[in-house]
Design a protein around this ligand. Structure first.
Ligand code: URA
Length: 195
């Protein structure tokens, strides 16, 4: 295990553990406050993320930023955002099990250093990898479960909401549920707390 988020980032930037290293433009390590109490985990970088080196910067990312803002959260100050795989799968296909397996150690190390109180999985791939393999995202989104002192929840993936806007109110409700949990646990998510 690497002991600081910055050292972990530097090491991750050099990663060649799977074939995605051949086609990536950038490793998309993660963004946010490494002291954040809330961590969001997506699936893997798309085209914009690959080009810019930051998670969720395309249209889905703009929607995510809006939903975060609605509950007073913000990617730069009081949450941390990362993905299951750090490099873009070609043509945005689902990451293969062996790619997830090769990459998951980086995420485990990130979680071990950040020690979030709440992890929100964005979409089915992250939910099934982190919460349980048979998670049914349409049925089970918005529910908290607890593991080793961390609360886990899955919500709908922003890209799925762009394809199917009728699901946006469901996702928004999940963010309200998240906010209620933050308030109930009195987690410090002030926007000016230090990294
Ligand atoms: N979709 C994801 O799951 N992650 C990103 O970073 C961008 C799109």
């Amino acid at each position: 295990m690497i002991q600081t988020v910055e050292a972990l980032r530097e090491s991750c930037m050099q990663c060649r553990k799977c074939g995605l290293a051949e086609t990536r433009h950038n490793v998309v390590f993660g963004v946010g406050n490494p002291e954040a109490k809330i961590m969001f985990i997506g699936e893997g970088p798309g085209e914009n993320e690959d080009l810019q080196g930051e998670p969720f910067v395309g249209r889905g990312g703009q929607l995510l930023d809006k939903m975060l803002a609605a509950v007073d959260l913000d990617r730069k100050t009081n949450v941390y955002i990362a993905n299951i795989v750090k490099c873009r799968p070609p043509k945005n296909r689902d990451p293969l099990p062996e790619e997830q397996e090769a990459c998951i150690g980086w995420l485990r190390n990130q979680v071990a250093l950040i020690r979030p109180k709440i992890i929100v999985c964005l979409g089915r791939i992250a939910g099934q990898r982190i919460i349980k393999p048979d998670l049914k995202i349409t049925r089970e989104h918005g529910r908290f479960t607890e593991r080793n002192g961390t609360l886990l929840m899955a919500t709908l993936h922003p890209a799925a909401l762009l394809r199917n806007p009728a699901q946006k109110p469901d996702a928004f409700q999940d963010f309200l549920t998240l906010r209620e949990k933050i308030d109930e646990l009195q987690l410090d998510v002030a926007k000016d707390y230090n990294a």
